[in-house]
Structures are given as C-alpha cells and as structure tokens.
Design a protein. Structure first.
Length: 82
C-alpha cells in the first residue's frame, strides 16, 4: 500500500505543504476579502454622497442663475427709469 502512495505522487504537479501554510493563506485571503468588502461599502457610500452633492450643486447653480437674471432685470429697470 505504501508503494501505491509513493507512485501516485508526482513532484512536477504536486506539492507537500504543512497545514500551517494553508491556515496562514486562509487567514491572509480572508483579511483581503474583508478589506475588499469594506472598500466596496466605502465606494457605495461615496457614490451616494457624490449623487447628493451633484444634486445640491445643480440646485445652487439654478439659484445663482435666477439671481443673475434678477440682477440683470433690476439693472435694466433702473436704466429705463433714468
């Protein structure tokens, strides 16, 4: 039986590794996945914030445009009264 196991091992395609190596790799990959999840949550939060800020910017631009129109109308009104 031992001979079958030795014959089944192919050093070119197989590798013998200690359990600690796999545990360390699992720990490292788990931490990487958690970081990716946190970054995805941060990106989603920033996307929502960006959408809100773009809406606010458009609202302020509209107010600014309205104010400029009012100023032009007031200047025209003053010019006609002189």
């Amino acid at each position: 039986m031992q001979r079958v196991i030795e014959d089944a091992f192919d050093s070119e395609t197989q590798l013998i590794v200690e359990r600690a190596f796999f545990e360390e790799q699992r720990h490292t990959l788990r931490n990487a996945l958690l970081k990716i999840e946190l970054l995805d949550e941060d990106r989603a939060r920033l996307d929502r914030r960006n959408a809100y800020l773009e809406g606010e910017l458009k609202r302020i631009e509209q107010l600014h445009t309205i104010s400029l129109k009012e100023i032009v109308l007031l200047k025209q009104s003053l010019a006609t009264k002189k």
